[in-house]
Ligand binder design. Structure first.
Ligand code: G3I
Length: 317
């Protein structure tokens, strides 16, 4: 039987799953990741706290480990992430920076990290989670000190460091049509108009059964594609209130199928990445106590109904 990635590849797409470094030591997990999927994203290994733990001192150990694993198993890699308000190193968050100095810190970080991974990652989440729910800019350290222009600067610095890599903005709660996705639509349209390098929009896809399926997902993907950028589902998982039961697992399966269908319906939707693939390794129980069971494989790496739903959607395409 074909793997999910082999099925996705038939329409020129990838099907991937994220991995956090410690999980590679779980050989049963790593083997299945390497065979079933064609793409991976480091869950933490390329974030700022990992790559520049001291100012000007770069450490690519964690990211390289995943790149090497991916190469050995024929997976391509999305780089995640150059700029985010979370998981920044202490030296950066505890400092008070004049605009010029912070700008040069950001430029140096982006330049060094992108150059290091040139030819090894096919895409970068250049800026992650830069909007609030109401569509205003998130007041992260960069926004507060540099103003909204830091986003275009970051994209330009990334492009200068690697002319070929695909440059993405990436966020959660942007799957539905609404104020947050509207804000990205407006921003990307403006960036395009100003000839700022922007190649893609990543919709994380951290969904939860109790909040309902994101309305207009397919139309939303299509409107970004129509701006002339790629779109991707970058961190898909669909959590539920525990305990799981047959009804919830069936609804979850239906949602996984719907997300897959939506991507397949949009020519510029280049692929889908699960945020991990098994309930054995998932960020959710630690962050949302009482919720989980979000992935298509259970703790014992057995297929859940969601797996069949993804498979069916990919096969029908
Ligand atoms: O590194 C420490 C380790 O030294 C310590 O022993 C351990 C004990 O808790 O914590 C480790 O740090 C954890 C880190 O992951 C590495 O495992 C943090 O506590 C934990 O908060 C952190 O969680 C990550 C989270 O981002 C942080 O916001 C998740 O693994 C990661 O999957 C998650 O990924 C994000 C995406 O980057 C952006 N979109 C949302 C997504 C889910 O939150």
């Amino acid at each position: 039987t074909k793997t999910l990635h082999e099925l996705a590849r038939e329409s020129g797409r990838y099907f991937g799953a994220a991995v956090d470094n410690p999980e590679l030591a779980d050989t049963e997990f790593a083997d299945l990741l390497g065979t079933e999927f064609g793409q991976t994203t480091p869950g933490n290994g390329m974030k700022w706290y990992a790559t520049e733990p001291q100012r000007g001192v770069f450490d690519f150990t964690a990211g390289d480990e995943i790149v090497n694993y991916a190469r050995a198993n024929g997976l391509k890699v999305r780089g995640h992430t150059l700029l985010w308000h979370s998981q920044l190193p202490d030296w950066l968050t505890s400092g008070t920076w004049a605009a010029d100095e912070l700008r040069s810190i950001l430029k140096n970080h982006i330049t060094k990290v992108v150059k290091h991974y040139r030819g090894k990652v096919f895409a970068w989440d250049v800026a992650n989670e830069i909007m609030n729910e109401d569509g205003t800019y998130r007041e992260n350290i960069f926004y507060k000190t540099l103003g909204p222009g830091y986003i275009a600067d970051a994209l330009r610095w990334a492009r200068a460091a690697d002319p070929k890599v695909k440059l993405y903005l990436n966020d959660y709660n942007v799957e539905a049509l609404g104020p947050k996705s509207d804000a990205y639509y407006t921003l990307i349209k403006q960036l395009k108009k100003e000839r700022v390098p922007i190649d893609g929009f990543g919709l994380q896809g951290h969904l939860a059964l109790q909040y309902g399926f994101p309305g207009g997902l397919k139309e939303n993907l299509q409107r970004f594609a129509d701006l002339g950028v790629d779109v991707a589902i970058t961190e898909l998982d669909i959590r539920m209130i525990l305990p799981s039961d047959e009804t919830k697992l069936a609804e979850q399966a239906d949602w996984y199928g719907q997300v897959t269908d939506a991507c397949l319906a949009v020519r510029r939707c280049v692929g889908i990445t699960l945020w991990g693939y098994t309930d054995r390794h998932s960020w959710i129980p630690a962050v949302f106590p009482g919720e989980g069971a979000a992935l298509p494989w259970d703790e014992n790496l057995r297929h859940k109904p969601a797996y069949d739903a993804i498979r069916n959607a990919l096969t029908a395409a």
